[in-house]
Design a protein around this ligand. Structure first.
Ligand code: 3H9
Length: 703
């Protein structure tokens, strides 16, 4: 028997333990081993019931994602037919779910007649996050178990639910008293089933999954939810599969589900989302640093600055149960900061996301102080003060005096040079950049900026703690803007220039949102604040030798006090949350075009899209070449999680690979020639792109 399975025969029971660490992904060899073991148990007259469990606790995280898009994904025994076969075994099968049953893992459990989970188990059909739908019976068996509406909500959310919720919905029959007891209680359950001659599968709870729902339920559901799906394919396929579950007998429904699954698997969107899945795992690996490097201990954190950013950062640690000292210079500012944090938590309580008790527990972890001496025992200190070099340097000098040896000293700068800040302390090896995105308690992305002197264990410890507080850490080298904002610069420039050439801000934004970006450039600037953009640009002016006339429009709006949403006027007019086009802005653009001698013409949507994206892609490839970004996938993660680039396009680097690198290069060269002096200056293909195309490469990597 395969070493992927542990098979034990115990007093009328066959225990089949799945043993493919770390997550029992259902690869072809594991599928073969499971079906062999189940057939053996089915044929053995001594076996009266079968228990399937994770040999090392965790049940299964589903189909092996690395098989998708290759022959292996449906190599025999394929998961759907294997699960049909399990349902035909004439003995009760009990799934003992430890830790997780996701996707195909839950489908495996659904093919068993009975399910028991440990108290902290989580289950879900997470395929939608990969641009897929459950393809091994999930869309057919789950509605028959818990009803069409609950099944649809679970499948479309891709969420993991806890054991208690799963029991209430009817997914779990029982919850074991503890994880340690899971297997014993699964055995006891199996003996009960044997003693009462229970059928191999109980009768379906919802033989008519749509029973009780209005006839037009699915049509109405689609109309209500479709706008949020934008151009995503998978939710639409889920709905078709659910329709089949409601209308067709099981066998036909399963066939329909399989066809829909294969359509999703072959789609570009799923390919992109699978790329994102693996890019997220890859981002945690630091080339040149062993995975088992000893880490520094981080039990106490301090945040300097109780403003919006500092407060948000502190909340992340309190949420993870880590005590945080929050330092301010004045009592009033400190009180205001702490009050703001409490308000955020109160909103969560009102929304039912947290109890009052949890709120108080978190507030208890936050300790306000006006005295730097209180930071002497902090293991990690994060500075989140005003974005001005001299101020930050002063803070670091003080930290150098008060912090204990080995404390990690982090700056939350978004644009300053981490190496210059590090140079102000006697221990630059302990300094690192942590660029949180706003709102810091919500946004998942964290750019971890590795300075020239940053010690390997400081970097590794920081990556680990970032995961502990639920962030997606991506490593960046030091440069102006790091990965995200450095790429934002040419993208914003191009949008401004297009407006000077004749596009309206709403046309540029419309083209970008049609691509499913969360927001267009001008809406984004209005939200972030035209003043903020101006001040950063202004502070950096001395270091950029470029002609910046392209952003004159933004500068004039700044001078007029039109800072965006917060002043009700920016590139657009705002009435509450409603945005309106402003013909005054168009008139300003027309005047500036004449002044700057930029010829105006009607702009074609395709040109807008090409130009905004080509400069973005070009800059990303340049960052990779410079070693600022370690991998193309890291760049994709930054833009998806920090700048609203649609995950189902895989990020700007993956998108470029899908377009074809040769086409991207040809496009950049085309605009270089078509746009005169401006094109000569700004549409210069980055050498790495040229090298990749010359070498016939289709993937973006350093060569
Ligand atoms: C499906 O089931 C389709 C079916 O309906 C139909 C089929 C016909 N496959 O994330 P981690 C690896 S679609 C392959 O770092 P965590 C992962 O790459 C599938 N590999 O740990 C990593 O490898 P490495 C539906 C997988 O504790 C290692 O395991 N299932 C898979 O933070 C540890 O992972 C899902 O969508 C997989 N399915 O999180 C679940 N899962 O060490 C996807 C994990 O080499 N998985 N790996 O980098 C997850 O959500 C998280 O990985 C999980 C663990 C929560 C399980």
């Amino acid at each position: 028997m395969s070493d992927l399975i542990h098979y034990r025969l115990e007093d009328g029971l066959a225990l089949i333990g799945l043993a493919r660490p770390p997550v029992n992904a259902l690869s072809q060899p594991l599928r073969a081993a499971i079906i062999d073991a189940c057939e053996r148990a089915a044929a053995d007259t001594r076996v009266q019931a079968i228990i399937l469990h994770g040999e090392h606790g965790l049940f299964s995280a589903g189909a092996d994602i690395s098989e998708f898009g290759s022959d292996a994904s449906f190599a025999e025994p394929d998961l759907p037919s294997m699960l049909v076969r399990l349902t035909e075994i004439h003995k009760p099968l009990v799934a003992a779910i430890g830790k997780l049953a996701l996707g195909g893992g839950l489908e495996l459990a659904l093919a068993c007649g009975y399910r028991v989970g440990e108290p902290s188990a989580r289950v879900g059909l997470s395929e939608i996050n990969l641009g897929l739908l459950p393809g091994a019976g999930g869309t057919q068996r789950l509605p028959r178990l818990i009803g069409a509406e609950s099944a649809l909500n679970l499948i479309l959310s891709g969420a993991q639910i806890n054991a208690e919720r799963a029991r209430m919905l009817g997914i779990l029959d029982r919850i074991a008293t503890s994880a340690d007891q899971l297997l014993d209680e699964a055995r006891a359950y199996a003996y009960e089933l044997i003693s009462c001659s229970a059928p191999a599968r109980p009768a379906e709870a919802w033989p008519e999954p749509a029973e009780g729902l209005p006839d037009d339920f699915l049509t109405r559901y689609r109309a209500e939810h479709e706008p949020r799906w934008k151009s995503r394919l998978a939710p639409r396929l889920v709905l078709s599969a659910l329709e089949a579950a409601c209308l067709l007998p099981l066998e036909e429904g399963l066939a329909r589900e399989l066809a829909l699954f294969k359509q999703a698997e072959a789609s570009r969107q799923s390919k992109a989302l699978r790329h994102v899945f693996f890019a997220e795992r890859e981002a945690a690996r630091i080339p040149g640093i062993e995975a088992d490097i000893p880490l520094r201990k981080v039990d106490k954190v301090a945040v300097i600055g109780a403003g919006t950013m500092g407060g948000g950062i502190a909340m992340n640690f309190a949420n993870a149960g880590i005590p945080v000292a929050l330092l301010e210079l004045k009592g009033e500012a400190l009180d205001r900061g702490l009050m703001q944090i409490r308000k955020h938590y109160e909103i969560s309580v009102k929304r039912g996301k947290m109890t009052t008790e949890q709120l108080e527990q978190r507030m208890d972890l936050l300790f306000g102080t006006l005295d730097y001496a209180d930071l002497s025992d902090a293991d990690l200190v994060i500075e989140a003060v005003f974005e001005k070099l001299e101020i930050k340097q002063q803070v670091f000098r003080t930290l150098d005096e008060v912090c204990k040896p080995g404390a990690i000293l982090a700056t939350n700068t978004s644009s300053l040079d981490v190496d210059v800040i590090a140079a102000t302390v006697s221990r630059p090896q302990d300094v690192i950049g942590l660029h949180f995105f706003s709102p810091a308690n919500v946004m998942r992305l964290l750019e971890v900026v590795r300075g020239k002197a940053t010690a390997p264990d400081v970097l590794a410890t920081t990556m680990k703690i970032a995961k502990r507080i639920g962030k997606l850490p991506v490593i960046s080298g030091v440069c102006f803007g790091f990965i995200g904002n450095r790429m934002l610069e040419p993208y914003v420039r191009e949008a401004h220039r297009l407006v000077l050439e004749g596009a309206a801000p709403a046309q540029v934004d419309g083209v970008l949102t049609d691509l499913d970006l969360n927001m267009g450039v001008f809406s984004m600037l209005d939200l972030a604040g035209i003043d903020v953009n101006f001040l950063i640009r202004d502070a950096n002016r001395a270091t950029t030798a470029h002609d910046e006339s392209y952003c004159r429009l933004g500068e004039e709006l700044y001078a007029m006090g039109r800072y965006g949403q917060k002043t009700g006027r920016g590139f657009y007019l705002y009435e509450g949350r409603n945005r309106k086009d402003d013909h005054e802005v168009v008139a300003m653009a027309e005047r500036l075009s004449v002044e700057l001698q930029v010829p105006r013409r009607p702009m074609d949507d395709q040109e807008i899209l090409d130009r905004c994206l080509f400069v973005l892609i070009n800059e990303g490839i340049q960052l990779l070449d410079e070693g600022i970004a370690l991998r193309a996938g890291d760049i994709d993660l930054v833009w998806i999680n920090g700048y609203g680039f649609p995950a189902h396009l895989g990020g700007p680097m993956h998108y470029a690979e899908q377009l074809g690198l040769d086409k991207v290069l040809a496009g950049i060269q085309r605009y270089r020639h078509a746009l005169g002096e401006y094109g000569e200056m700004w549409f210069q293909p980055t050498p790495l792109l040229e090298r990749l195309v010359a070498a016939g490469r289709t993937r973006i990597e350093r060569i």
